[in-house]
Design a protein around this ligand. Structure first.
Ligand code: HEC
Length: 114
């Protein structure tokens, strides 16, 4: 029985827990910009948002895969998380903008990225 526990823990982690950082939080690179179709100034804001996401939202748990953050999470968890991460209002705006832009294109980015 004891020897079963690691398998029970490790297999779901292998299946669900091993997305790379770039799969969880896609970098704002040329591919991203070609999918998101945004201006250069918007690209700079998105990069700041990603930096906040990776550094602050990956502090206690690994950063959630952006497209796995659900509508329910936005209501229930995200307001709490912004407090936990001690973000300033401008940072909340940047990170929100990043997540909302990245989430709908992330699946395509993962497929297209070499
Ligand atoms: C101080 C630690 C801490 C920080 C910083 C933090 N989280 Fe969390 N997060 C938690 C804990 C603990 C939970 C588990 C349940 C709860 O408290 O809601 C959680 C749960 C969540 C959930 C709920 C669903 C799930 O996957 O468990 C989401 C989504 C989430 N965090 C996203 C974020 C985002 C986005 C940020 C950055 C703004 C962030 N977190 C920053 C500790 C943190």
């Amino acid at each position: 029985m004891r020897r079963l526990i690691p398998a029970v823990v490790v297999i779901p982690l292998m299946l669900f827990g091993c997305a790379t950082l770039d799969e969880r939080a896609p970098p704002v690179d040329d591919l991203f910009l070609s999918e998101a179709k945004v201006s250069a100034s918007e690209a700079a804001r998105l990069r700041e948002g990603r930096t906040i996401y990776v550094n602050f939202c990956g502090d206690c748990h690994s950063p959630r895969k952006v497209d796995n953050i659900s509508k329910g999470d936005w209501k229930e968890h995200l307001p709490k998380m912004f407090k936990k991460a001690e973000l300033y209002p401008e940072e909340i705006e940047l990170v929100t903008n990043y997540i909302k832009t990245a989430a709908p294109i992330n699946r395509t980015l993962i497929q297209k990225r070499p």
